[in-house]
Write a protein that binds this ligand. Sequence first.
Ligand SMILES: Cc1ncc(COP(=O)(O)O)c(C=O)c1O
Length: 418
Amino acid sequence: MNRAVQPELAFTKGQGAYIWDADGNRYIDYHAAFAPHLLGHNDPYVTDAVIAVLRKGASLYGSGTTELEGHLAELICQHVPAAESVQFLNSGSEATCQALRLARAVTGRDHIIVMQGGYNGWHNDVSCNLMTPLEIIGPRISPGEYPYISISAGVPREHQQLVHPINFNDLQSVEYVCQNHSIAALITEPVLQNVGIIEPEAGYLEGLRELADRYGFILIFDEVKTGFRHGIGGYATIAGVRPDLVVYGKAIANGYPLAVLGGRKELMDWFVHSEPSKRVLLAGTYNAHPVPTAAAIATIERLLMNGGEVYCHVKLLGQKMQEGLERILGGLSLKAVVARQSSAFCLYFMDHCPKDWHDLAACHDFGRDQQLRLALIGRGVYFFPTATKQCSISFAHTEDDIDFTLEQIQNLLKETVE
Ligand SMILES: Cc1ncc(COP(=O)(O)O)c(C=O)c1O
């Protein structure tokens, strides 16, 4: 269970940048519940929209569509170039699962490519090769692929044969796998954000697009973490690379359970294909539930307000955090770097920003990272207590929050380095 970490805390309240535990301790929260809280906990604009929709008598109908669903679909299609058509689901895992099924239906192929060090959800296709110890995975291979190393018991061995984990930032390995298997899809986070922040190298995402076109596989960007947190059009817009299918979740509804699968209309139309044997099943009792749908509409409205003030604020605070950390590190004899994408950052104890999982696993001081996180919790700053997990700044954070956090980090690092 990925929430079962030490110290075992029971939380009772979240407001803005803060969370409180059952003993009444307050923490500045950088975990943000694995990143959804871009506006902060219980953002008043989103909360009001949710209360209003409930008071209006909106319910779950399980038939047809709703005005709210149509409005959210229009908002997304208007602002996200990669989304010509969308479907709503409850979680990122459901959306990546559907994306892969759709890709298999359209291509008539079964094999998929995933990234070593990437995370795309809990289902059989993708619950593998995340933070795989080097003793298990062995040395970096390129061009080539890794065996499926499950992060869950219960994945059928036959199914594992269909999944090909390769290095992030490694186009040669994509080609290698495509030459040896009939690939339906490649799914990747455009920035690996489940092992900190690993940026795509210049030309990498463009290269994926080119190889998808050459080998005929569906390129799926999993923007569950990057989408909406880094910009309304997702990271695809920032990078200027268009995937065939794209998945959003987390920040799109600021903490409410909603995910989006979108993409090229001709592909998405397979969910309503006129030939039953080609139709892809998309089902879910709670899909497009009015509460998360209203929350997503309000979140996007808030993100669009006042010339994008939310993005400006979180970016400035991200910059302040990075500069502050770099100033602290400059005064210490410690190998460490800060990787950051806008409001998301990670402090790595190594001398360069990693380019893939093997680089990170071989060079990062996991013990020091873990120790710092645990000590910070004792001082009122909540970084998720697992080494390499990214930190997320919200619109509710203030400069004072960043200053307090930097002071705690400086004191703790000084104590352990000097
Ligand atoms: C990039 C990415 N994809 C998919 C998922 C799965 O989303 P969910 O936890 O909503 O099922 C996550 C969750 O952390 C994620 O970070």
